[in-house]
Design a protein. Structure first.
Length: 135
């Protein structure tokens, strides 16, 4: 079905980014975007697309793109509903970006945001321990 196809494409984006193959990662991102555009009402497709986009932006050397990735990840993780395979990895990715920022700035505000995000992650884990996977 379409959900599993999008999740497979999302995994391919992640694999290619891990291999530093931005070109193929972007190709899979475009495929996810097309699936999302075919059914814009589906929140899961939207969040899968946004997460894939955030991952590609996070992989950039440009601060402006990393900032855009943070904005997208905040949008995803601020949803009340927890989306399997998206919410937790998005929160972990957001924390990674915050740690990068903390290393560069030493900002107390960034440190506090990391703590807040970690607490949110722990709350999700406690409330949904058997229901969701990290993927």
């Amino acid at each position: 079905d379409m959900y599993h196809e999008i999740q497979s494409l999302l995994m391919l984006v992640r694999v290619h980014l891990a291999k530093k193959d931005r070109s193929n990662a972007n190709e899979y991102l475009i495929q996810i975007q097309k699936q999302f555009e075919a059914d814009k009402e589906n929140e899961n497709y939207k969040l899968s697309y946004l997460f894939a986009k955030a991952l590609t932006l996070k992989d950039s050397d440009r601060f402006i793109e990393k900032a855009e990735a943070q904005k997208i990840l905040i949008e995803i993780t601020s949803k009340e509903e927890i989306f399997d395979g998206i919410t937790i990895p998005s929160l972990l990715t957001y924390i990674e970006l915050l740690i990068e920022e903390l290393k560069q700035t030493g900002s107390e505000a960034v440190f506090e945001e990391i703590e807040t995000s970690e607490q949110k992650l722990m709350t999700i884990a406690e409330n949904n321990s058997a229901e969701f996977t990290i993927n």
